[in-house]
Design a protein around this ligand. Structure first.
Ligand SMILES: Cc1cc2nc3c(=O)[nH]c(=O)nc-3n(C[C@H](O)[C@H](O)[C@H](O)COP(=O)(O)OP(=O)(O)OC[C@H]3O[C@@H](n4cnc5c(N)ncnc54)[C@H](O)[C@@H]3O)c2cc1C
Length: 297
């Protein structure tokens, strides 16, 4: 009989002193060891028996993982140990990347956000990850430490499939770096869950926009979608609609339809594929209208 109240299985807690030690240990124990930060995904999967490990490698405190810093020339760096609440409440994030503060604040409940991290959200590679789309349209780049040293991985080339990324054995993501925000940036994150707090998204729509002389419309729009494809992705199709002509309510409608046409959702316990598609259209229209209203003031 399945135990309805399973506990965590026995495993070893490993606390390496350096990134080098962490990467070496992880590379020597492929399949039996994983890094973790907040543990809000890992512990649930271990408890449910979906994930089986001998070692959990705590990366909190390793070089660079506790950094949360902003510089107007360099941008924002968020270390792997930085929690959702730290991001959502940080004055520089609220001021320069308000859409990221909003996305981080949309994750689960306050209590969970005290443990959950942005890097954990990204590395878990769930199609529903609430902060991924916003980090993507802000041109996030991951700093990854592996057995051969450090390398940069742009977020838009990080995801392969649900739960699968380009990370290799021994890799530890140290931080995510976002370049300085474009001048005049306005953004939002629209999330549809089954309830207001504590649930994964049925649909997530991240929008950012700013004045741009490179675009015939005079503005550049970025749109990323969650929970409606195998991985979170940027809808270039919808963005393209908004680049060529004067922005109007009709053009926003057209872009919302293009966003809907770019998704490939599945039916699951949280919603049907058909419902998700419709809600992509509605939420994209809502997000674009809100952003455009602020931009055109
Ligand atoms: C009740 C509940 C509600 C939730 N609600 C939401 C929600 O609304 N929205 C949402 O997006 N998510 C939600 N989640 C999922 C989860 O909380 C988030 O994905 C969270 O951001 C994960 O961060 P973490 O630090 O806890 O990850 P962890 O559990 O520590 O790690 C997650 C995965 O990333 C890997 N990993 C972690 N850190 C690193 C690193 N530095 N380098 C390489 N790999 C790493 C781990 O090996 C693991 O595979 C919820 C979870 C629970 C239990």
């Amino acid at each position: 009989m399945i135990n309805p109240h399973p506990g965590l299985p026995e495993l070893q807690y490993v606390k390496p002193a350096t990134l080098k030690e962490a990467s070496k240990f992880l590379a020597e124990n492929v399949g039996t060891a994983k890094p973790y930060s907040g543990g809000t995904d890992s512990f649930v999967r271990l408890r449910d028996g979906v994930l089986k490990l001998d070692y959990l490698v705590d990366i909190k405190g390793l070089e660079g993982t506790k950094e949360l810093s902003f510089d107007s020339k360099k941008g924002l760096t968020i270390g792997a140990a930085i929690t959702m609440n730290q991001v959502a409440c940080h004055p520089d994030v609220i001021k320069h990347y308000p859409n990221l503060a909003e996305a981080a604040g949309s994750v689960a409940s306050y209590q969970l956000r005290n443990r959950a991290t942005i890097i954990g959200n990204i590395c878990n590679a769930s199609p529903a990850g609430d902060t991924i789309g916003t980090c993507m349209i802000l041109d996030g780049v991951l700093k990854v430490h592996g057995v051969d040293g450090v390398r940069d991985v742009p977020l838009n080339s990080f995801f392969l499939a649900p739960g699968r990324t380009v990370l290799k054995p021994g890799d530890v993501v140290v931080a995510i770096h976002l370049p300085p925000p474009p001048k005049g940036l306005v953004g939002t994150y629209k999330k549809l869950g089954r309830n207001r707090i504590g649930d994964l998204s049925i649909v997530g729509v991240a929008v950012a926009a700013y004045p741009s002389s490179d675009s015939a419309s005079g503005y550049r729009f970025r749109i990323a979608l969650a929970s409606v494809a195998p991985v979170p992705f940027e809808s270039f199709k919808a963005e393209g609609v908004l680049s060529g002509k004067k922005i109007t309510a009709e053009l926003i409608d057209e872009a919302a339809v293009a966003a809907m046409d770019s998704v490939t959702p599945i039916d699951d316990v949280r919603g049907s594929a058909r419902y998700r598609k419709q809600m992509v259209k509605n939420l994209t229209r809502e997000a674009l209208t809100e952003v455009w209203t602020k931009l055109s003031k």
